[in-house]
Ligand binder design. Structure first.
Ligand SMILES: NC(=[NH2+])NCCC[C@H](N)C(=O)O
Ligand SMILES: [Mn+2]
Ligand SMILES: [Mn+2]
Length: 324
C-alpha cells in the first residue's frame, strides 16, 4: 500500500486541492433528472466528507449552460448535439484550467456525455506535460456507439467512441487532436449491457474490457490488479489516472438513482474494493461522477452511497487513520 499522492495534484503542503464542478445537464441522456445530480451530491455532504480526509475542497457551484431540451434525432442520428457540445466545451475549458492550476477536478454530472469534455481536457493536459494517461471507465455500458449505430440517438452512449475519434466530429475534436487519446488508454470495468454495434466497436478499437463475467470469474481484486498494472509502482510515476464513474456501474439494488440501470452489477463490497485499490495507487488526478438521477432515487441513498465510495477513493480505510 502506498500513502503518497500523485505529485501533480498536491500543492507544496502535500494536500490534495480538489475542485467540484457542477454541470447540471441531462441533454445526452434518455431520461430527465441527471441535471439534479450535483445538488444531490452536495446534499449527501460530498465536500465535508472529502475535507475529513484532509482534502482541500473548493466548489465552483453549478455552472450555467444551454437549456436541456428533449430533441428528436437529427439527420445524423443524434439528439441535442448543439446543446451537448456547448456543455462539453464548458466541461473541457473548466477541467483544463483546473489541471493547469495543479488542482484535482471532480466533475459532478450530469450525464455521461460530459466525460467527452473532461477527458478531452485531461488528454490535452497530458500531451502538454508529457504525462501518460490511463482512463478507468466504471460503467454498466461501454458508451461506444456512433450516431449511425446508436439504437437511441442519446449522446451519453457515445463518449468513448468520440474520444477515440469515431463519434460525432465536433465532439471528437474537443481536445485539439483526433483521436483525443489512444483506445489503449481506456480500461472499462463492470459492463453488462453492450449493444451489438458496440461489440464490434470494442473489437475494432481493441478496448480493454472487464465485464461482469470477468469480475465473477476473476474477482474484483484480480480485475483491479490487471487494470492498474501500468499505474502502480515507481516506474509509473508519470501516469495521470482519470476515473470516469458512471453511477449505473453499481448494482441497482444498492444504487437505484440512475436513468439506465442494469441488474447484476458490483455489490457494495466489490465497489468499495475497486475504489480502495484505485486510492492505493496514489495517482488519481481527475474524476467524473455522472448519471446520478435524484428523481429516480430513494431518499438520496444513491448519492449517499456515491459519497461513501468517493471517500474510499480518496483514501478512507478501516485501519489507516484519517488525516488530522
Ligand atoms: N452513460 C450511459 N448511461 N449510457 C447508456 C447507453 C445506453 C445505450 N447503449 C445507448 O446507446 O443508448
Ligand atoms: Mn452506464
Ligand atoms: Mn456511461
Amino acid at each position: 500500500m502506498t500513502m503518497e499522492h500523485a505529485s501533480h495534484t498536491v500543492a507544496a503542503t502535500g494536500q490534495i486541492q480538489a475542485t467540484l464542478i457542477g454541470l447540471p445537464t441531462d441533454v445526452g441522456a434518455s431520461r430527465l433528472g441527471a441535471a439534479m445530480g450535483p445538488d444531490a451530491l452536495r446534499v449527501a455532504q460530498l465536500a465535508p466528507a472529502l475535507q475529513r480526509l484532509g482534502v482541500a475542497v473548493q466548489d465552483l457551484g453549478n455552472l450555467a449552460g444551454p437549456p436541456n431540451p428533449r430533441g428528436e434525432r437529427d439527420a445524423q442520428g443524434m439528439r441535442n448535439l448543439a446543446e451537448c457540445l456547448a456543455w462539453n466545451r464548458i466541461a473541457h475549458d473548466t477541467v483544463l484550467q483546473l489541471l493547469q492550476q495543479k488542482r484535482l477536478p471532480i466533475l459532478l454530472g450530469g450525464d455521461h456525455t460530459l466525460a467527452t469534455g473532461s477527458i478531452s481536457a485531461v488528454a490535452r493536459h497530458c500531451r502538454a506535460t508529457g504525462k501518460r494517461l490511463r482512463v478507468l471507465w466504471l460503467d454498466a455500458h461501454s458508451d461506444c456507439n456512433t450516431p449511425e449505430s446508436s439504437p437511441t440517438g442519446n449522446l451519453h452512449g457515445m463518449p468513448v467512441s468520440s474520444l477515440c475519434g469515431r463519434g460525432p466530429k465536433s465532439l471528437a475534436a474537443l481536445s485539439g487532436a483526433v483521436p483525443a487519446l489512444p483506445a489503449s488508454a481506456f480500461c472499462q470495468i463492470g459492463l453488462r449491457s453492450v449493444d451489438g454495434s458496440e461489440k464490434s466497436m470494442i473489437r475494432e478499437l481493441g478496448l480493454e474490457v472487464y465485464d461482469m463475467r470477468a469480475i465473477d470469474e476473476l474477482g474484483m481484486r484480480e480485475v483491479m490488479r490487471r487494470a492498474l498494472a501500468g499505474v502502480n509502482g515507481p516506474q509509473n510515476s508519470d501516469v495521470h489516472l482519470h476515473l470516469s464513474f458512471d453511477v449505473d456501474f453499481l448494482d441497482p439494488d444498492i444504487a437505484p438513482g440512475t436513468g439506465t440501470p442494469v441488474r447484476g452489477g458490483p455489490n457494495y463490497r466489490e465497489a468499495q474494493l475497486c475504489m480502495e485499490m484505485i486510492a492505493d495507487t496514489g495517482r488519481l488526478a481527475s474524476l467524473d461522477i455522472v448519471e446520478l438521477n435524484p428523481a429516480l432515487d430513494l431518499r438520496n441513498q444513491t448519492a449517499e452511497l456515491v459519497v461513501d465510495l468517493v471517500q474510499s477513493l480518496f483514501g478512507q480505510s478501516t485501519l489507516m487513520r484519517d488525516a488530522p
